[in-house]
Write a protein that binds this ligand. Structure first.
Ligand SMILES: Cc1cc2nc3c(=O)[nH]c(=O)nc-3n(C[C@H](O)[C@H](O)[C@H](O)COP(=O)(O)O)c2cc1C
Length: 158
């Protein structure tokens, strides 16, 4: 049975959307099912154990999650749903010129998801806007190995 990967997007100026589209394309090519969902349309009910989540988000303000991710982030912090059994990967966009708060948006999400019982698959991919690499190209090289980890877990569980 195909693995379902739901890609959740937190963005302000669209870089993260490009990453999500690249990831979605690569995942479909690798045989996954799934969809891209903008975070502003979501609450914690989006998390279902049958799916895998790829959280893609940037950082704004002074280390904040982007505006379209605020409602979901705050609902997780306030309502504290039990996310045991949820698995996710994380792509975090930031800019190292914001040295004190580099990629904090993604880090905030990583921390709250872990605290609520979800488990991250693989290492976080952090994209630095000052590094000169297009975020979607940078993410494309990461997505294959990440999905291989997801697949390996499914094979063990089956
Ligand atoms: C007003 C503003 C504030 C930002 N604050 C941070 C920050 O605190 N930490 C960080 O790592 N990046 C910060 N960034 C960089 C963005 O996260 C980065 O450019 C990212 O690629 C934007 O992705 P997006 O277009 O999907 O929103 C900031 C960018 C802007 C324009």
């Amino acid at each position: 049975m195909a693995i379902t990967v739901r890609i959740l997007v937190g963005t302000t100026t669209g870089n993260t959307q490009y990453v999500a589209e690249e990831a979605h394309f690569n995942l479909q090519q690798a045989g996954a099912q799934g969809e891209i969902l903008q975070m502003d349309e979501l609450d914690a009910k989006v998390f279902e154990p049958a799916a895998i989540y790829l959280v893609c988000m940037s950082t704004y303000g002074y280390g904040d999650v982007p505006a379209n991710a605020k409602k979901l982030y705050e609902s997780l912090v306030k309502d504290r749903p039990n996310l045991t059994g949820i698995r996710y990967g994380l792509v975090s966009l930031g800019d190292s010129s914001h040295a004190q708060t580099y990629c904090f948006g993604g880090r905030r999400f990583d921390q709250i998801l872990t605290k609520l019982g979800a488990r991250r698959v693989g290492e976080v991919l952090e994209h630095d806007a000052s590094a000169g690499l297009m975020p979607e190209e940078f993410a494309a090289a990461w997505i294959g190995p990440w999905f291989a980890l997801v697949r390996a877990e499914h094979a063990v569980a089956a």
